[in-house]
Design a protein around this ligand. Structure first.
Ligand code: COA
Length: 401
């Protein structure tokens, strides 16, 4: 005889129906969310949640009760300098009584299927625990590093010609931002998405904030008091697109000698300040981000592949998204590369988790080999590594969704 407990426990994910949420689901979503993440109890919460319904899917039990949900937002990201569609996944939650039955896994698969059907190649999320998403094919890769430095670490006091910008930041800085962000992989292109981070970065009057266009760099800064006689210069957002831009940014920060004792700045892991100071001055940001291939062909198609390079046959192992699991021929195609199914022996075998690291520039082929995520021919692995355009990954904290 089956006890009610055993019957309930055996209810698999198949017993739940999945559909888009609508404004009618708002109260149920609020209740689900209360237990998973909480939310600010203010008048703006329902408006923000209502806006989110269009991009959120939910799982409903046999009685039509919402038991789990996940949001899939549409962004654009840069890979090898090219804007690519990105599925941004957030607010994944399952109520306690429905956990460990595969409901979240089904929601993630549904989001991936939809994104694939829309021609999206990549997805990104921020994990509560990377191991949960690794099992579903996502991979953590370097986002950036937050440094908390004595201002003297940047060099001696300096002059700067920079004058603080006035007016809306997005209008002033978006084209410059894109020139800078295109030089890194998996940066947010800030062209589309449910949130405009420039609104959040806009300095408030009287708050000691300022933003600067430095020609080949930009910075959004704020002075913050810590104790009655100590001031920190917080760089909320900054990037550069040339050595001259980087030098101009350092000159700007060094102009604050005397007013600030410390600087807090987020920089790409693969950059000058990070090389010098990460080991001694990095502070945690809770900023792990993970990237996954949604669709191998859409992810890699069009990325730079030299005409002179031999085609690569790539065996992808993907236990979650079966449409990726198979062998692919990556070959020069005039502009960038083509990606087509190719049965037969492969030059490279890679876990799907290896691809963001390999293509994004977050790890060398050797490191992936040692992690057991990829194996095969050196030249072929090198050609796949080069698809990222020789760039390293970066993801600004201000772009967290
Ligand atoms: C994390 C959470 C969404 C998982 O939901 P769920 O419906 O229980 O997940 P699933 O049953 O689909 O789990 C998928 C796999 O991960 C495993 N898993 C579940 N919870 C896990 C956890 N906390 N840590 C590690 N692995 C976990 C499951 O055992 C399952 O593995 P299996 O398929 O081999 O059996 C749920 O625990 C939750 O809502 N937590 C609170 C909110 C939260 O932290 N959300 C994540 C935000 S990034």
């Amino acid at each position: 005889m089956t006890t009610p407990e055993a019957a309930a426990a055996s209810t698999g994910a198949a017993g739940y129906a999945i559909r888009n949420l609508t404004a009618d689901d708002l109260a149920a979503y609020r209740a689900l969310r209360d237990h998973s993440f909480g939310f600010p109890d203010d008048a703006e919460t329902d408006a923000a949640f209502r806006q989110r319904m269009a991009s959120t899917i939910g799982a409903f039990d046999g009685a039509g009760r919402l038991v789990a949900s996940a949001a899939g937002h549409r962004f654009e990201t840069f890979v090898a300098g090219l804007p690519r569609r990105l599925l941004g996944i957030g607010a994944v939650q399952t109520e306690v009584s429905a956990r460990r039955r595969g409901v979240a896994r089904r929601l993630m698969l549904r989001l991936l299927e939809r994104a694939r059907d829309e021609g999206t190649g990549w997805s990104m999320l921020y994990p509560f625990d990377p191991r949960f998403y690794e099992r579903l094919g996502w991979q953590a890769l370097p986002a950036g590093v937050r440094l908390r430095l004595p201002i003297a670490a940047l060099g001696p006091p300096s002059t700067t010609d920079a004058v603080a910008l006035e007016g809306p930041l997005g209008a002033a800085l978006a084209p410059l931002y894109r020139r800078c962000a295109a030089l890194w992989n998996f940066t947010n292109a800030r062209t589309t998405g449910p949130w405009d981070c420039w609104d959040d970065l806009q300095p408030a009057a009287g708050d000691r904030g300022a933003a600067f266009d430095l020609g080949d760099a930009y910075a959004v800064l704020q002075l913050r008091s810590e104790g009655h006689d100590s001031t920190t210069l917080v760089v909320h957002d900054a990037l550069w697109c040339s050595a001259a831009g980087h030098a101009a940014l350092l000159r700007l920060l060094r102009a604050y000698h005397g007013q600030a004792e410390r600087v807090v700045v987020d920089v790409p892991r693969d950059s000058d300040l990070a090389w010098s100071w990460t080991d001694a001055h990095a502070v945690p940001t809770h900023g792990t981000r993970m990237v996954r291939v949604v669709d191998v062909a859409a992810a890699l198609r069009g990325l730079p592949f030299p005409d002179s390079a031999a085609p690569v046959t790539l065996r992808v192992v993907d236990g979650t998204a079966p449409w990726n699991d198979g062998t692919w021929r990556v070959a020069a195609d005039g502009e960038g590369c083509s990606v087509t199914p190719a049965p037969g022996p492969a030059d490279v075998q890679a876990d799907v988790r290896a691809l963001p690291l390999l293509v994004g520039g977050g790890a060398t082929p050797g490191a992936l080999r040692h992690a057991g995520l990829a194996e095969g021919d050196d030249a072929a692995l090198g050609a796949l590594h080069a698809l990222g355009g020789g760039r390293s990954p970066f993801h600004a904290l201000s772009d967290r969704f």
